[in-house]
Design a protein around this ligand. Structure first.
Ligand code: NAD
Length: 416
């Protein structure tokens, strides 16, 4: 077991009163220490999400965490500081001191190097750390003696579903991508029969049908669009069809599925073949939403600039994989680009458009993660060797980067 340092459980000495007080002291000594937990919102104001909501604050308090919430962070999701204090949290104005004074911190976005420098040795940090794309941050956390629980590494098992921050956020990103595209398209999505003529339904193509893609399909279908979708995993066909969409026929030979349900990376030849087989479908689509990812790798480029140029002017492409490199060749992170009259959107914070709900489900993921990872009696982090979820999620611990895939990305001098 790994003991949480810097706890606030020291009790005032009450020498000489004997009897009941001695008993109280003995019981109090057996009580596990209360630990301080600070929830840090993203430094980038473009990301409005928070890690703790007033409701989750109550749940964390009952699990023995004393909560520190940076001033005004609730405003990002339409909550007030007062709502947090009513839930038993303490509002803090100096975030740096709060990090230094806390046993644990929660992160919606990875901490900066400066913030890592504020963590005490033995501090526990949980959240999104983008370990495959920022291995140097993992090294800094390890060097600092921080134990980091990465949401990206939580094993995809049934028991860990309630802690799966990747899925909770992907689902809302898929929804937000379609709503955003519908708002930019100068056309209605459903078919409408009017005395003035019939409006044809919009055609939507969804590429990549994992958690985000399936939610994008469900949203577009609900809005009345005619939806076609494609994924390299053969098992995706049935899920796509069950949502009322058509699965595109694209033959890439052997594709298959990697561990954890993730896609295997395609060969350059397969990717080229995918692009040429998708080109006609792209040209016929009013909206394309791409969500294709390969775990731990840059997102594959599936929609080329020529394929975008082949679409009708006024069409909209939303690249929901832009944060990991993007599926659309001409996409620009954080911008809407005009490519021959087609609007290409590269919003890396799609979930921020529904920040209130995204924060609610993420906060719930954190509550489940903490509930599982800490022993309720001793309030110590469970042994990573004995517990599959702690072992899987623990990116750094006792001065080392534990995940060999990520350690392998760091050179001997601690750099890539
Ligand atoms: P992801 O975000 O890694 O990728 C999104 C999708 O892109 C995947 O479906 C993948 O197959 C697809 N993709 C990759 N390369 C592609 C290409 N060249 N062309 C088209 N599509 C491509 O995936 P995800 O959303 O995290 O989900 C992956 C799978 O894991 C799904 O089957 C999902 O249902 C499953 N899952 C299981 C659990 C669990 O068991 N606890 C939790 C979450 C997801």
């Amino acid at each position: 077991m790994f003991r949480v340092p810097g706890s606030l459980g020291a009790l005032a000495s009450d020498r000489g009163r004997g009897g009941a007080m001695d008993q109280d002291r003995a019981e109090a000594a057996a009580e596990p220490a209360v630990r301080k937990l600070v929830a840090i919102p993203p430094e980038d104001q473009g990301d409005r999400r928070v890690a703790v909501t007033p409701d989750s604050a109550k749940a964390l308090r009952t699990h023995g965490w004393e909560l520190l919430i940076p001033l005004s962070s609730g405003e990002r999701i339409g909550e007030t500081d007062e709502a947090y204090t009513q839930a038993g949290a303490q509002i803090v104005t100096d975030t740096s001191s709060a990090i230094s004074a806390s046993d644990m911190s929660l992160w919606v976005a990875p901490p900066s190097e400066a913030q890592v420098g504020q963590m005490a040795s033995g501090h526990i940090a949980a959240g999104f750390f983008e370990p495959f794309f920022r291995p140097e941050l993992a090294q800094s956390l390890a060097d600092r003696g921080v134990s980091a629980l990465a949401l990206e590494l939580v094993p995809r098992t049934t028991i860990a579903q309630s802690m799966d921050g990747l899925s909770s956020q992907a689902s809302l990103a898929g929804y937000a991508a379609v709503v955003l595209a519908a708002g930019r398209l100068a056309k209605a999505l459903p078919m409408m029969s009017t005395p003035a003529g019939t409006i044809k339904p919009a055609r939507v193509l969804v590429v990549g049908t994992g958690v985000a893609g399936l939610q994008a399909i469900a949203t577009a279908v609900r809005l009345g669009a005619r939806v076609t979708a494609y994924d390299v995993r053969p098992t995706a066909k049935e899920q796509v069809e069950s949502l009322g969409a058509k699965f595109a026929k694209i033959d890439l030979g052997q594709t298959g599925e990697a561990q954890g349900g993730y896609a295997k990376e395609l060969t350059p030849e397969q990717l080229e073949s995918q692009r040429s087989q998708l080109a006609k479908l792209c040209a016929e689509s009013d909206i394309i939403v791409t969500t294709a990812q390969v775990f731990g790798r840059r997102a594959p480029v599936i929609v080329t600039t020529d394929m975008v140029r082949g679409m009708r002017p006024g069409s909209v492409v939303v690249d929901a994989a832009v944060a990991t490199g993007g599926n659309v060749e001409p996409v620009v992170v954080g911008q809407e680009t005009d490519v021959s009259g087609v609007c290409v959107i590269g919003d890396p914070y799609l979930t921020s458009r529904v920040a209130r709900d995204a924060s609610m489900v993420l906060a719930s993921n954190f509550v489940s993660l903490l509930r599982h990872c800490f022993d309720p009696q001793t309030r110590e982090l469970r042994d990573p060797v004995a517990d599959e979820i702690v072992g899987g999620a623990l990116l750094t611990h006792r001065g080392v980067v534990r995940d060999q895939r990520i350690a392998g990305l760091i050179g001997p001098g601690g750099t890539r």
